[in-house]
Design a binder for this molecule. Structure first.
Ligand code: SF4
Length: 314
C-alpha cells in the first residue's frame, strides 16, 4: 500500500470505515475459521471499539487479555465487567512478575531501540566494528546509534536495562495461550496513525497480514483517534474509568518507562501523573522498585511540574 492510499483510507467517513473494518474481520474469520481467531484486548479504548465490532459479527469470538501485573485497577475492573457481561474473555497471567523481570533482565527505559542498544553495549561481547557502529554510527549513517545523552548509562548505574519486559509479560504468555487454544490468527487494534513504526508495518501488509509467520489482522489499522471517540459516542460504549475518571490519554502498563522522555516535552511523564491519580502505585514504583534512582539516572523528573514552569525551562 502506498502512503497516498493510506491517507485516502484515513480520510474516509466513519460509516465507510466501519463497513471496511467489518469486511476485513469477516475475511479473517473465513480464512482461519471463526473459533481459530482471537481478539487481543487491553481494556483500552481502541480495543474496546474493536471488540465491539467483532462481537457484532461473531458474538462468541475469543478474546485474550494478558494481565501484565502492571495494569491500572480501572483496567482490571473494565475487563472483569466485560467478562461478567458475557464477553468470551480469557485472562492470562505471565509466569514472571514485573519486579522479577526488571531484576533479572532490566528496566524498559527510553525506547525499545535504545534499551536494546544499551543492553548490547553493556552486556554482550560485540565485535569492535559493531560496537563502534552502535557508539558512533558508520559510513551508512547513524541508524541504531546510541544517542550521546544516554552514553553515561554505559557505566555502572546500579540497575540493568533491557527491552525484554514485553517478551516476558506479554508475548510469551500470549503465544502459549494461542497454542493451547489453537488460535491461528489474532485480531489487534493497532492503528497506522499511532506511530511511525506502526505506519511502516501497516503499509507493508494493509489490514490483513495472513502470510506473516504469525498471521495478524489489523482491521482498524486505517482509523484515526477521532474515529475511535466518534464510534464510542455513537455506540454509547462504556470505556474504562482511566479515561472517564482520570482523563488519561493512554492506559497500558502504569510503570512502563518507554516513551516517558517524549511525554516530558509537552507535560509530565506518566509516572509522576500517578501522584494524583494513583498515589499508592506511585509510591510502590518509587520505593519498592527503585524508580526514584532509575528515573534520575535516565534524566526523567520524579516530581510534577506545571505547564508554566515547563515553558520557562525551555
Ligand atoms: S509495555 Fe512496558 S511495562 Fe508493559 S510489558 Fe511492555 S515493556 Fe513491560
Amino acid at each position: 500500500m502506498t502512503n497516498n492510499e493510506l491517507v485516502m483510507l484515513q480520510s474516509l467517513p466513519l460509516e465507510i470505515k466501519i463497513l471496511k473494518t467489518e469486511q476485513r474481520i469477516r475475511e479473517c474469520l473465513e480464512a482461519f475459521g471463526k473459533d481459530n481467531v482471537a481478539v487481543s484486548y487491553s481494556g483500552g479504548k481502541d480495543s474496546e471499539v474493536l471488540v465491539d465490532i467483532c462481537r457484532k459479527i461473531y458474538k462468541n469470538i475469543k478474546i485474550l487479555f494478558v494481565n501484565t501485573g502492571q495494569e491500572f485497577p480501572e483496567t482490571i475492573k473494565q475487563v472483569l465487567k466485560r467478562k461478567k457481561e458475557g464477553y468470551n474473555i480469557d485472562i492470562v497471567i505471565p509466569k514472571m512478575k514485573y519486579a522479577d523481570v526488571i531484576l533479572k533482565y532490566g528496566y524498559p527505559v527510553i525506547s525499545k531501540q535504545t534499551s536494546t542498544t544499551l543492553m548490547k553495549l553493556r552486556e554482550q561481547n560485540l565485535s569492535e566494528k559493531y560496537r563502534n557502529k552502535l557508539l558512533y554510527g558508520d559510513e551508512k549513517g547513524n541508524a541504531g546509534k546510541l544517542p550521546e545523552k544516554y552514553k553515561h548509562l554505559l557505566g555502572e548505574v546500579g540497575f540493568k536495562i533491557s527491552p525484554k519486559c514485553c517478551d516476558e509479560l506479554k508475548k510469551k504468555p500470549s503465544k502459549k495461550w494461542r497454542k493451547e487454544n489453537k488460535i491461528l490468527c489474532v485480531i489487534t487494534g493497532e492503528m497506522a496513525g499511532e506511530s511511525l513504526l506502526r505506519k511502516k508495518e501497516y503499509l507493508k501488509t494493509g489490514c490483513n497480514a495472513f502470510d506473516n509467520n504469525e498471521p495478524k489482522s489489523k482491521p482498524i489499522g486505517f482509523w484515526m483517534e477521532n474515529d475511535i471517540y466518534e464510534y464510542i459516542q455513537q455506540n454509547n460504549l462504556r470505556i474504562s474509568e482511566c479515561y472517564t475518571k482520570f482523563k488519561m490519554k493512554r492506559t497500558g502498563c502504569y510503570g512502563c518507562l518507554f516513551g516517558c522522555h517524549i511525554e516530558e516535552r509537552t507535560g509530565n511523564n506518566r509516572i509522576v501523573e500517578l501522584m494524583d491519580s494513583h498515589p499508592k502505585l506511585y509510591k510502590h514504583l518509587m520505593e519498592d522498585l527503585n524508580y526514584k534512582e532509575v528515573m534520575k539516572r535516565i534524566g526523567l523528573r520524579t516530581y510534577k511540574i506545571d505547564q508554566q514552569k515547563l515553558f520557562e525551562e525551555e
